[in-house]
Ligand binder design. Structure first.
Ligand code: GLP
Length: 241
């Protein structure tokens, strides 16, 4: 595990964007695993800026997103599909047909999850997976549990996650209760994993996840065992380590 200590959110975003840029420059047809949440927005912003300067080309890049809310259409403002278009895809030259996100409207969970794992496999696996960190240690929507999950699956969101994510919705009742998420195995099989974490509110969970025991109660802790994991965190997020 490598730790890059950044000064603040903007510095963290540039450092993470540097790693992703190097990946895309060295392997233009990279498969990027992408994340949502407020943490990676600055990273996407930086990549967009470098794309506009002519330093980056995403024409051959393929993407797979970590997760999607069950019940939300890709056109829904709150869907992760919409988040990705707004914050990244619509601002660079990624072909929409090269992007993949679980389909939140598929009511057949088994079918959707098997299909998504097949998509990842067909792409040849993930070259670089970008992650944020949930306040309860979740990655994607892999919530604290008794065991680590393997492939894509449907999860019931924890109360902590509903509370943390309600800020993006008009009212708490609007927060979907279920999501489709890549499993821990999908994430661990990525060649490289880069996590962005910022702010004092995440300091305790960063300490528990990366300086404590590996446990499914803190899903991110398994990343300690990944062969190429880089934590890009700002000083506030590392303040308890
Ligand atoms: C959501 C996403 C996660 C993300 C987390 C943290 O729950 N499913 O992938 O890491 O939010 O979000 P934030 O970066 O806004 O703290």
């Amino acid at each position: 595990m490598k730790i890059i200590r950044a000064r603040d959110y903007d510095h963290m975003s540039r450092q993470a964007a540097n790693i992703i840029s190097a990946q895309v420059i060295l392997k233009p047809d990279s498969v990027l695993g992408l994340a949502t949440g407020s943490s990676p927005i600055g990273t996407y912003r930086q990549l967009i800026e470098w794309y506009h300067k002519g330093d980056l080309d995403f024409a051959q890049v393929r993407t797979v997103n970590l997760d999607e809310y069950v019940g939300l259409a890709p056109e829904d403002e709150q869907s992760y599909a919409c988040f990705m278009r707004r914050n990244f895809f619509d601002n660079v030259n990624i072909y929409p047909s090269n992007t993949n996100i679980p389909y939140g409207l598929n009511t057949n969970a088994a079918e959707e999850c098997a299909h998504y794992d097949a998509v990842i496999q067909k792409l040849g696996g993930i070259d670089l997976q970008l992650l944020g960190l949930g306040p309860n240690g979740h990655i994607g929507f892999n919530e604290p549990a008794e065991f680590f999950t393997k492939g894509t699956h449907k999860v019931s969101l924890s109360e902590a996650t509903i509370q943390a994510n309600k800020r993006f919705f008009e009212k708490e009742e609007d927060v979907p209760r279920y999501a489709y998420t890549m499993g821990i195995c999908d994430i661990m099989q990525a060649e490289r994993v880069v996590m962005v974490v910022s702010g004092e509110a995440k300091a305790a969970v960063v300490r528990e996840a990366f300086f404590g025991p590996v446990t499914p109660q803190i899903p991110a802790s398994i990343l300690q065992l990944h062969k190429d994991f880089t934590l890009v965190a700002d000083e506030a997020a590392l303040s308890e380590c």
